[in-house]
Ligand binder design. Structure first.
Ligand code: GLC
Length: 249
């Protein structure tokens, strides 16, 4: 039996249309032995677990939270310490906040969006040059950061090299899936790094242009369907399955 891994974003990719999610759950039930799922979100574990408890979202094998800055097993919630050890160099969340304290265009996101390995702000319509300047300022203060900008609003600072893509690659290797058997799915900027690896990509129809820019690649499937319907369509495409739910709808 050929097994696959799906690493997928949640908000506006899997989530956002309950009926579509129900259709995904129906589609997934008969193939669950052949497909492991990992959720990769900008949010953290507890918030994601609440979604799993209160919606038809299938149970994942692990959760990537905070835009790649933490990996936890599911359902135990156990933190992957090897990932933390790998990422925690030249980085201090406190120092990032203090260096950026005088940047008046930045508005700190709520406390539950922050962690020791992720500092997030709102910054509307930021230009790439403005983001480069912030990164350079942090570098001048001895901090190596990765900057992730999404939805023309959300600005995340993470330890250098940390993003959903590197976290997904770390997990895929740990679980023994190669690129041909690892699918990634998303809709916005913080998902784009998932598409930098040799995985099979799925972009949902409601994706932001910042992500649709990846759609020309032969390893990326742009679905004509939105949210969980798009994920289902993409998984059926890459696993070469007849999409029963898709035919019905
Ligand atoms: C989620 C997180 C937020 C982050 C955004 C983009 O909404 O809660 O902190 O900025 O994803 O990565």
């Amino acid at each position: 039996m050929t097994k696959y891994l799906l690493v997928s974003d949640l908000d506006d990719t899997f989530l956002g249309d309950r009926r579509a999610l129900e259709r995904f759950a129906d589609f997934y039930e008969p193939i669950r032995e052949r497909l492991d799922i990992v959720y990769a979100s900008g949010r953290f574990y507890e918030s994601i677990r609440r979604d799993i408890d209160t919606t038809p979202l299938p149970e994942p094998v692990a959760v990537i939270g905070g835009v790649g800055s933490e990996i936890r097993q599911y359902p135990s919630g156990r933190l992957d310490q090897a990932w933390i050890d790998r990422i925690a160099t030249n980085w201090s969340a406190k120092k990032v906040q203090s260096v950026l304290a005088n940047e008046s265009q930045l508005e700190l996101q709520p406390a539950d969006s922050q962690s020791d390995y992720k500092v997030s702000y709102f910054f509307r319509d930021a230009k790439p040059t403005q983001l480069d300047r912030l990164k350079a300022k942090l570098f001048d203060h001895g901090l190596d950061v990765s900057v992730v900008y999404s939805s023309s609003r959300d600005l995340d600072f993470l330890p250098e090299g940390v993003n959903k893509g590197t976290a997904a690659a770390f997990l895929a290797r740990q679980f023994g899936f190669d690129g041909d058997h690892t699918m990634v799915a998303g809709n916005s900027g913080n998902d784009s790094k998932l598409f930098d690896h040799d995985f099979r990509g799925v972009i949902v129809a409601n994706a932001h242009d910042e992500l649709k820019a990846y759609a020309g690649d032969a390893r990326v499937y742009l679905s004509s369907q939105e949210r969980a319907d798009g994920v289902r369509d993409g998984v059926a495409h890459w696993m070469k399955l007849a999409d029963v739910a898709g035919r019905r709808s």
